[in-house]
Design a protein around this ligand. Sequence first.
Ligand code: ADP
Length: 591
Amino acid sequence: MKKILSVFLALAMLLCALPAMAETSYTGTGKGFNGDIQVTVTLNDDGSIKSVVVDSYNDTPGICDAALEKVPAAMVELNSINVDTVGGATFTSNGILAAVKDALESNGVDTTALMEKKEVVVEKAADESLECDVVVIGAGGAGLAAAITAEQNGAKVIVVEKMPKVGGNTILAGGAVNAVEDRSEFAIKQNDSVYWHYTQTLSGGDYQGDPELVMTLVENAYDGIQWTKSLGMEWLGEDAVFTVSGGLWPRAWKPAGKASAGFFETYTRYIDGTDKIDLMLNTKAEEILVNADGEACGIVCTGETGNTVTINAKSVIVATGGFAKNVEMRMTYDSIWGILDEKVLSTNHPGATGDGVKMLQKLNADFIQMGNIQLLPLGDPVTGSLSGNIEHGVDSRIFVNKSGLRYGDEGGRRDDMTNDLFAQEDAYMWIVMDSDTYPTGDELNNFGETANELVAAGRAVKADTLEELAALMGVDAENLKATIAEYNEYCIGGAKYGQADQFGRTLFGEPINDGPFYAGARVPTVHHTMGGVRIDTLCRVYNENGEIIPGLYAAGEVTGGIHGSNRLGGNALADTIVFGRIAGESAALEK
Ligand code: ADP
């Protein structure tokens, strides 16, 4: 007994002699969208959270910014590691949550109390009423091009965006913009012209596109790029012009920065530099107001705190994007596929829910070709995302199925390529290419990711020989080698070069014959809703009686009748710039 007492005494003395425990930092790792996120979590000596710092991440700036800012801040404010994710940046949010949990638990910290779910309690602000010349609904590509152009034409502008960040679907795109400088030396060298772009856009959409709108798109696309340059956006030169998947011709220009993020760096820099554009995030338009004369005259929104924000304006621009993330709407309207339930993934951001369609329906706006929904054969098998795609352009890659065999024209229309993919086992394919695209693997894909990063993240495979590649893909090696050998004969320098192959493919670059070889898996995904509200070439909106609704304009994916039954790759971003600018100018100058 005495012995036990003296041990206790010694222990107690030892504990008293220790200094008060200071704050402690822990590091941990979680999986973001494009790879690992590393954090340092510092706890106060009472175990509460002092700070959460994201040390490194690989997710795309612009897309993940809101999560990087809000999730760590909420953890500190609420003293919880179980806080809400940020809409539109869910993967990054979850990566941060996982990294913080890992930091604490892998160091033996009991997280029971910190795991208590807590939500930021926001006090509802007073309802407010604002005035401007032009109100824009949606801060995606079309909305921000419209807002800036309206401002450049003298208008005071308010942009409302329901998500916590700008960008919409536009920021998720690879950045390719089809545009031709008519009769330029380069266009002549490419055997291209504005008229050829026009013809391919019309025929690629089965002549369902409105010829006037299509002509407006192709005639103004090159000027649209120059306009973004005037705002400071940087582009790669002629050498980088390529054929984007489903683009049918090498006329896609590439931004110099990461994928589409450059548009939004440019647009938001401009907006920050003017006091004539107010951008209101977390503000959801619910209704378009119409006055006694039938003119659109403002909108009613739900503000960040749940309050009502009424914005009175001389003109309203609807740039709310599409509805590919609204399963009910896409099942109702789809006239092409017949299968667009939730099992078919989508490349889209979560805000693509067709709000604009619903608001415009209440005004009896006219809608055109709502059943035309574009699928792409290029989605990530887990998330449906466009990013993670290892391909650069059409000429340098092939598609093979689970048997390791080519099965269709990889240079064809997007709808044809998707139909071909649905006919394969599990509607699952691999994109295969060689070191012509990635000499070392440290080069970037179209989404600002390196091939080696994708390999490390398990989103692509890489091998020195085709046998090893086939093993990593889980396909038959002999089939893969034979299908590639046959394909190579049609490539530049190959035996049959210049002919169409058995699938009708005519776009061939260098053969796939130099390791390292790369492959990445892809599945069909809902990508773009090509139908929408009917507009004229000034972006004015028609009602069901074929009359213009005064004061109302629309641009971007919410509109219909431009792309017909199948949109060319590279035409959507051109659409946002061209029609966004027209809508902005029309809305500003009308009043
Ligand atoms: P587009 O390519 O036509 O510009 P995007 O998808 O890039 O389309 O952008 C549309 C934007 O509109 C998205 O950021 C989306 O969150 C936003 N949006 C959609 N519905 C509403 C709404 N009801 N209120 C405010 N913003 C909205």
